[in-house]
Design a protein around this ligand. Sequence first.
Ligand code: NAD
Ligand code: ZN
Length: 238
Amino acid sequence: MAEIDSNTKVVVLTGAGISAESGIRTFRDADGLWENHAIEDVATPYAWQANPELVWQFYQARRRQLLGVEPNSAHRALVDLERFLGDNFLLVTQNVDDLHGRAGSKNLIHMHGELRILRCEKCHETFDYMSNEHLTDQYVACPSCGNERLRPHIVWFHEVPLQMSEIYSAVEQCDVFITIGTSGHVYPAAGLIEVARQNGAYCIGINLDNPMNIDLHDEFLQGKAGELLPKYVKKIIN
Ligand code: NAD
Ligand code: ZN
């Protein structure tokens, strides 16, 4: 086990697996389909251009689902770890759900965007829109510039993830890098562990199945994040 005290700089990278025990399906559990849709049909800018109604309805369903799910013990364990480490802790998530934020994580980057937020492609404003009127299958217009169709604030395939320079700088400087519930297929997220290693960080993984990049971890715990992570964090804090 890694030596972690309150001066240790820790970056945690989470993926869909950490939210699985809250009832949100991961990508790859269903043969590369996301809630029965091929990725290229719902999660690319080309899909949004060619078939905006399908894409909109897909994301509205994902947004409505947030109202019926709750953070689990793995999300909460990361809040405890952040309390212990203070500013030495950064959580980078590939997840677009809001469960880390609702659990209480503060130093948090959503590198692939957030379901809660809609964005205007004309004036670039963003809106945290989760009331009932914003969750129907009707498009939502931009209140600032009148554009009739806000888009999901999601980083689709072929788009550039958010806040990458902040992420790289934290990963380059961290002492410990922890991956949780991510299959290691989606880049650039899957490559962050290489940056951490090159800079001497100790790398820990927690995942139900072996991730693609399992060999890059110094320590790997196989199992459910909701069961393993609270115990691991307790050991660190005590
Ligand atoms: P992925 O679906 O490719 O892989 C999920 C990984 O989690 C798998 O390796 C699986 O073995 C593991 N897993 C499943 N249940 C687990 C559990 N209880 N505990 C620990 N591990 C568990 O996910 P990814 O690597 O995050 O890449 C998928 C992409 O899909 C991301 O970019 C993300 O934006 C998007 N996505 C997000 C959500 C979400 O926000 N909750 C859900 C589906 C997809
Ligand atoms: Zn606008």
